[in-house]
Every structure is written in structure tokens, then in C-alpha cells.
Design a protein around this ligand. Structure first.
Ligand SMILES: [Fe+2]
Length: 344
């Protein structure tokens, strides 16, 4: 499943989730609808909330199906919260369990799905992506089941406070004013308070409240640092930053996976995020999986043929007419990936 921009929407695409009105959240088109030209025109006029289609690359894939179900469930759960109800923690737990089970079989595929599903900071996909990245880190750290549950719940709910923020601010293109930013900075505390009266474990509340705190004390809302931030929160912070920088924003295009990793390393060197978490994440995630089609800085189109988790510079093959050229990017420092074109 992929989130598509309205200008990318084409006749023949099949909706993976219902398309809702941006303001009333009424369903405009049902899941399963095959888009025609009339739909494209109408949706462009209506400017709806996010549009998700089935990706042809992952059609019928169980990991893709799980991703679709997770986004759909979280969408329902958040709609209930927007309607004035408390979050249904038992339903969120079911989503976490599904992701934990699937990660045991398809960890890299789920991580690639998270990366492909470019997510606005306010979107449901962002919460699901952060959950996948967090649980991927957790499983590689061999966290116990109980800890994985807490981690997954905290990751899915980390931005629940944004449901109470003015949408005009969340979707604003360009830089926020100081006043606007101070409003946005309230979302961790508002989210934390919204969990009062639910059976959310304390550790999950800590993640929601502290996910923008930094190890050096430079974060918000309280500027706590070091050991005062729980380890589970530190995992979610890394996942949150990675998903944010590798997704398009109104004010900047997305970064490539290896650039996202470099941002994590820079934040780590500056003492802002946890080194153990960053080391594990940057070593375990395959940034360019085999089969991925990329553009090189030479302008050539290449296909990745071999990729190691530790290396962000895979081996690629370039086809020129009948000729085939293999390039090991690790051995050719002046050649690098400048764009991802497609993932098989
Ligand atoms: Fe946040």
C-alpha cells in the first residue's frame, strides 16, 4: 500500500483504504474502488485527506496486507479519539501484536514498506512506520515480549497529542513562527494527558510525553536528559526522526535512506540521541535492497544486485544497450545514489 499525492493519482489505481473528507472525515470513496478519470478530477476538486492505493509491487504480499490493516485500524482508533472518545488501548495492542508477529518473518520487508509509505508527520502512516522501526530495533535488541508490547504501544500513540492540534498548523508549508511552534510543542503533554483514565501502562505514557526530549537535555517539553528518559522512549525518538527526515514535508523533499542514516549519526555525535540504538539501527536496516532501481549521480539508471546491512553503498548493475556494467559503489567513492526510482 502506498500513499499517493493527488497529482500522482491515475485511473486504474485501486484504493487500499477509504478516502475521507479532510474536514468532516466522511468517506468519499470506499476501499477497493478502482479509480477512473472522473474520480481523479473530483478528488482533485475536493482535496481530500490522505489517499492510499495498493502498490503493484507488494500486491498479495502478507506484509503489505498487515501494513494496510495496521493503518486502517489506527485510522479508526484515531477517528474515535477525534470524535471525543478515549483511545481504545486494547485495539492498539492488537495492532502491535500483528506487527511483532510479522517482524519475526519479514523484518526487512516491513522496514521497506515503512520507508516506501512516505508519511506526513500528522498521518496515521507515520505512527505505523515509527512502530515498525521501533519494534525492528526492539527485536534486534532481543527485548522481552512485555517490553515489545510497551514499545509498540508507545510508538503507535507517540503523536496522539497531534489529534488535538489545529490542522492548519500541522499542514502549514514553510517555517512556523515562534508562537506556532510553541503550540506544536504542546503535543507531547496534551497526548500524555489524553491517556488519563485509560488503561495505558505508565511506560507508554512516558514515551508519549518524552519522545521529543533529547539525551543532552535540549529537547521538550521539560528539557530532561540522560537516564531520566526511558530506554524505550530513546528507541521511539530515533525511529521518529528517521521516518520524519525520509518523508516529504510541505517545506522540503524527503531525504534518501542513507542521508536519513547520516542525520541519525550526526544527532548521535551531537549527544542528542542514544548511541546504542543508532548503532543498531544503522547497521541492521538494509537501505537499498536488491532489486531496487536507482539513479546514480552519473545520470545512469542502475539496479541494486547486492546489498549489505552495514553498507549504504551497494553493488549495482547498469545496462547500456546490450552491455552490462557492474559497479561496486563501496569501491567507487565518487559514484553515489542520487534518487530511488522503484523498488521491486
Ligand atoms: Fe511528536
Amino acid at each position: 500500500m502506498l500513499r499517493v499525492e493527488l497529482d500522482q493519482l491515475q485511473a486504474g489505481m485501486k484504493l487500499a483504504l477509504p478516502v475521507r473528507c479532510r474536514h468532516s472525515y466522511k468517506i468519499l470513496l470506499n476501499a477497493g474502488t478502482v479509480i477512473n478519470e472522473e474520480h481523479v478530477q473530483r478528488l482533485k476538486e475536493l482535496n481530500p485527506a490522505d489517499v492510499y492505493i495498493f502498490s503493484p509491487h507488494f500486491m498479495d504480499d502478507p506484509a503489505q496486507e498487515l501494513y494496510r490493516e495496521a493503518v486502517s485500524s489506527m485510522d479508526d482508533i484515531f477517528q474515535e479519539v477525534i470524535s471525543g472518545n478515549k483511545v481504545d488501548v486494547s485495539r492498539v495492542k492488537q495492532v502491535v501484536n500483528g506487527i511483532v508477529e510479522r517482524l519475526k518473518i519479514h523484518d526487512q520487508i516491513l522496514v521497506q514498506l515503512a520507508r516506501l509509505n512516505d508519511a506526513d508527520s500528522y498521518s496515521v502512516s507515520h505512527c505505523v512506520n515509527v512502530c515498525i522501526y521501533s519494534l525492528f530495533i526492539g527485536s534486534n535488541l532481543n527485548l522481552r515480549n512485555e517490553q515489545m508490547q510497551l514499545l509498540g504501544l508507545g510508538a503507535l500513540l507517540h503523536d496522539i497529542g497531534k489529534l488535538y492540534m489545529p490542522e492548519s498548523l500541522l499542514r502549514k508549508g514553510g517555517k512556523l513562527s515562534d508562537r506556532e511552534f510553541s503550540i506544536i510543542k504542546d503535543h507531547p503533554l496534551i497526548g500524555y494527558r489524553s491517556l488519563e483514565g485509560t488503561d495505558t501502562p505508565e511506560e507508554v505514557g512516558d514515551i508519549v510525553r518524552d519522545h521529543h526530549e533529547k539525551c543532552d537535555g535540549s529537547g521538550y517539553p521539560y528539557g530532561i536528559g540522560g537516564e531520566k528518559i526511558s530506554f524505550l522512549t530513546k528507541i521511539v525518538s530515533v525511529a521518529d526522526i528517521y521516518d520524519a527526515v525520509t518523508s516529504d514535508r510541505a517545506y522540503r523533499p524527503r531525504m534518501l535512506p542513507h542521508e536519513g542514516m547520516e542525520i541519525l549519526l550526526a544527532n548521535c555525535s551531537a549527544g542528542k540521541i542514544d548511541p546504542q540504538v543508532v548503532k543498531l539501527f544503522t547497521r541492521k536496516v538494509v537501505t537499498y535492497p536488491p532489486g531496487c532501481t536507482v539513479r546514480l549521480n552519473t545520470g545512469e539508471i542502475a539496479k541494486v544486485v547486492e546489498s549489505k546491512a552495514l553498507s549504504w553503498r551497494p553493488k549495482v548493475v547498469v545496462k547500456k544497450g546490450n552491455r552490462v556494467k557492474f559497479v561496486d559503489l563501496a569501491a567507487n567513492p565518487t559514484v553515489f545514489i542520487s534518487q530511488i526510482i522503484d523498488i521491486e
